[in-house]
Design a protein around this ligand. Structure first.
Ligand code: 16Z
Length: 448
């Protein structure tokens, strides 16, 4: 065990109401919006296939040229009420919006930089109406904030000289000022999604990130901060040098999902793009665009492993939402309307995973949701229960199933026979578990 002074600030599994609400939310909307939405993946007529919010880097654009984009940023179609109503229709219970991405441009009028919304034709604060609209829709608001800042003259990738160190001290003060400003200006914010924390300069600032997390949680008790914010004094990120998670939930799951129950030890969240790798708006998505069904299954997998799923949207420069994302709002929204109870407030059910899909359960409930994503060729859904549990009742809400029959095929082992099924989306069967074997005729000895 290593001596770690600047590791976790909060306990690994907080039990306060704010953190319980974070868990109950389960499904969130990520929004990447900034100057990068203007060029949208093209620079001087050339197409760049990399992530659109990184275009400055791919096209090697000098910052003084990139910053000129602020002079044309004027999102006249920006309608946060519309965004919030879409998020509500989709069934998102929280939202994470980029207040400042790596480009350094701030969507709010910051007193600590001139590279912000007030120096654009639009001028007005974008965050205030956003926070109000989403809160009014009952959706919790979180702020994405990039520590890495390509615009700020005092940013340093590494601390190689005394000059670097002095500059980075100024940069850390700037960072702390901006974060305090965001909490003070928008006090209903529920937490921060930090990014841009992989460089040596920040990895050498473990004590600072420790004290900054403490400072922010003093400014706003209950504040929720992701593990990506943190390094310890040895440069270990997300988890300290003794493997203790820093921040309030593990946020290393970017465009990838966990596959086993080892993640259950901590709260965690996976963030996901619709195309393979685009967060900011790109005019032409290349390659596979995930279907609503694929994204629904990812969300279910996260819930089934007690994690959150954060699905990304990249609004256009004018503030409008692209067709593909509008389709997701409709399709995922329909599914959540019918089956949201298998997601919200749910978590790992404690049952052995089966190939046909996922079990989810509201902690402490006797009702287990079976979310069926892959109908077996024999149309029989296998269930293996722990030895002291039995199926007392089962039902399907909704239409696609004609009838269900339950067959006991072994010790605490069952088949649910589906009969005729017609469905295009995953569906949910509820089973009631009981701890005593009630022989109410539900059980048919295996027909051997
Ligand atoms: C170096 O590889 C990276 C760096 C940063 C990212 C950023 C993306 O721009 C987006 O904001 C994502 C959430 N974040 C990890 C992604 C991959």
């Amino acid at each position: 065990k290593k001596e770690v002074q600047y590791g976790p600030v909060s306990p690994e599994k907080r039990t306060d109401p704010a953190m319980e609400k974070w868990r109950d939310n389960r499904f969130g909307q990520f929004i990447h919006w900034g100057l990068y939405a203007i060029p949208a993946g093209y620079w001087k007529g050339k197409y760049y296939k990399g992530a659109a919010e990184w275009l400055k880097s791919w096209a090697k654009v000098p910052m003084n040229e990139w910053a000129k984009l602020a002079e044309e940023f004027n999102p006249e179609q920006y309608d946060p009420e519309e965004w919030a109503s879409m998020a509500k229709q989709m069934g998102a219970r929280y939202v994470v919006l980029t207040t400042k991405h790596h480009e350094g441009f701030c969507l709010w009028p910051s007193q600590y930089t001139d590279f912000d919304i007030s120096n654009t034709p639009y001028q007005k604060d974008l965050l205030k109406p956003f926070v109000e609209a989403y809160n009014k829709a009952g959706i919790d608001v979180y702020f994405y904030y990039s520590v890495l800042d390509w615009y700020h003259p005092d940013w340093r990738y590494a601390l190689k000289s005394e000059e670097d160190k002095q500059a980075f001290e100024r940069f850390k003060t700037f960072t702390k000022n901006q974060l305090s400003e965001l909490i003070e200006r928008y006090p209903s914010v529920k937490g921060f999604w930090f990014d841009g924390t992989w460089d040596a300069s920040w990895k050498a600032s473990g004590q600072f990130s420790y004290e900054l997390e403490k400072h922010m949680k003093q400014l706003k008790p209950g504040l929720i901060i992701n593990s990506r914010m943190r390094a310890d004094e040895w440069g270990s990120r997300h988890f300290d040098s003794n493997g203790q998670m820093m921040g309030d939930y593990a946020s290393g799951w970017e465009r990838k999902l966990p596959t086993d129950t080892s993640v259950l030890h901590n709260d965690w969240e996976a963030c996901m793009t619709v195309p393979e790798n685009q967060w900011g708006y790109h005019k032409n998505w290349e390659g596979h665009v995930k279907t609503p069904t694929e994204l629904i299954e990812m969300m279910v997998r996260c819930t089934a492993l007690s994690g959150n799923f954060l699905l990304n949207f990249g609004p256009k420069e004018d503030g409008s939402i692209r067709e593909e994302e509008q389709l997701l709002v409709k399709e995922i929204g329909n599914w959540m309307e019918q089956y949201g109870n298998a997601i919200y407030n749910c978590a790992y059910a404690g049952l052995e995973k089966q190939d046909w899909g996922y079990f989810t359960r509201e902690p402490g409930s006797k009702t287990v949701n079976m979310v069926v994503c892959n109908i077996p060729v024999n149309k029989a859904l296998r269930i293996q229960l722990p030895k002291n549990l039995f199926i007392q009742h089962y039902e399907y809400m909704g239409k696609p199933l004609s009838k269900l029959t339950l067959e006991e095929i072994g010790k605490n082992e069952y088949f649910i026979h589906l009969g005729k099924v017609k469905t295009k989306q995953p569906f949910v069967i509820n089973i009631q578990l009981t701890s005593e074997k009630t022989d109410n005729g539900l059980y048919q000895k295996a027909k051997t």
